[in-house]
Every structure is written in C-alpha cells, then in structure tokens.
Design a protein around this ligand. Sequence first.
Ligand code: NAP
Length: 281
Amino acid sequence: MTRKSLALFGNPVSHSLSPAMHTAWIADHRLDAAYEARALDLDLQPDQLHAVMRAGVSGANVTVPFKEVAAQAAQAFSDTVEMLGVANTLSWVDVGEGYRVLRADNTDVPGARRALDEACDWERDVESVLIVGAGGAARGMAAAVSGDGRTITVANRTADKAALWKDMGLAHAFVGLDRLPDAVADADLIINTTTLGMKGQPDLDWPLERAKPGAIVYDAVYAPLETTLLSKARARGLRTVDGLGMLIHQGALAFEIWFGVKPDTKMARERLLKIIAEREG
Ligand code: NAP
C-alpha cells in the first residue's frame, strides 16, 4: 500500500490547527499517511486545483478562500455541496475500470451542528438566528441550524451576495452591517462567520449590549480561541460556543471519509488546547 498524502489548501494556512490535529489522529491509528498545510495562489482556478490533487494528493481539506473552487473542481458531490456550492473536503472515489473521480464533501455543516449540540442545549431556546457573514462558513452554518421554524437573518458587509442567498432559500432576511445592533437585539443565537476577530484580521465593535439576556453567541473563528466577540459575550453572562468544536468535528468527519475510521474528538480538543496555550502564552 502506498503512503497517503493529505493536504490542507488555503491562503493563509499558517494559523491552522488542522495539520496538528490530523497528524495526531494518523499516529493514533498507526496509518501510513502524512498531512501538511499548503498555501495556494489566491487566483486558483478549479482545473488548477484538480491538477494539484492529481499530482499525488489522496485527500484534502479546503479552507478560505477556496471552498467554492473546491466544489467546482470536483466531478462528484454530496447533496450539501450541490445545495451550497461550497466544499471543505476532497477525496478520490473509484468509478470502475481503473477510473477515479474527485469528490467534494461539506463536513462543515454536520461539524458545526455537532459542536453546537455538544456545547449547549440550544434547540429548545432558539427561534431566531443571526448569521454575521455570507461566505462559505455562513452557508454551512445556515444549513446546520435551519429547520423547526427558525428564522435566519444574515448580516454582511457587502450586499451583492443577497441574491445568491435568496436563490438558495437559506435565509429569511439579508441586511447590511449598519443594521447589526437591531439584528443582534432580535436574535436568540448569534453566529460570527466572518474573518473579523481572526488573528491578523480587523475586529468588529460587536453591539452585544443589545443582545437578549438568554442569547447564545457562537464564533466560527478559533485563532484566537477567545475572540473579542466571545469575551464580550462572557462578560455579559451569555452562553458561548467557540470555533474549536467545529474545527474538530468537521475534521473528524473528513478523516472518516479518507480512512474509514472515527478519530477521538475529545482527545483532539485536549491536544489542541495545549497547542493554543503554547501559541498564545
Ligand atoms: P469567506 O467565504 O471568505 O467569507 C468571509 C466573510 O467575512 C464574508 O462574509 C466577508 O464579507 C466577511 N469579511 C471579511 N473581511 C471583512 C471585513 N473587513 N469587514 C466585514 N466583513 C468582512 O470565508 P469562510 O470560508 O466563510 O470563513 C469565514 C471564517 O470562518 C474564517 O475565519 C474561517 O477560519 C472560519 N471558519 C472556521 C471553521 C471552523 O472549523 N471553526 C470552519 C470554516 C470556517 P464580504 O462578503 O463583504 O466580503
């Protein structure tokens, strides 16, 4: 059997904890494989990503800003990728007679949901959801928390993604960031899916003084783990969910796609918290 080569494609990728997480799982299961982060050119096209995969990559995670390119590079898709147009996991599937095709999956959706389920009992309390940001992670979050009559409002810097969201039918309202204070005041669950608050990126002055006392605040950003959004929410006594749970669960589901085994998510959290403490301390 040949050694499997796994990759994380993004730009930037140096902050990512995925290589440490997958490398530890590979060792846990004594697999003959290696996982490395690779920054690709920002103007990457789907055929170029396909060529990178063909050049010896057995499976990949895909992060900002290539999730749409990943969906377009594949010939086979999960239903979620078909619906959302974004993928975070690539793998090869045999189609017979020695042929294989590139398959795109989206493990962000079930990963985000599992992280939320694990962190708090939210379903009973949440009727209205505010998603800040309208990119790939936002689409995944919307799919993860929709259902049971919940209303979903998306707040984004630029308005031109509103039409796409309307076509997908995933949100009930789309507003600009100037409407954030009112949108925060109406929400039971507030989710940040922008890059704001990420290490090296600008931050936002979150109007959490308007939040309901019982609101839950979920940040997809995990570097730093304690974003200003989460620390502000904690200071107000709100329930919080950090981005590490989503990272671990989406990664575990990708690992299962590539290797057919379920890795230990609890141990992953302990390991990653240690790495974060070293990096941030
Ligand atoms: P994306 O598709 O590039 O979307 C980025 C979003 O951030 C867009 O809505 C963009 O708004 C907004 N944004 C960027 N800079 C901004 C600024 N200066 N002011 C206001 N809005 C700004 O990225 P993505 O794939 O959705 O990922 C977004 C974040 O989620 C990243 O931090 C990523 O690390 C995180 N994430 C975490 C996990 C996890 O496992 N925890 C998984 C997936 C993603 P415009 O539309 O106006 O450009």
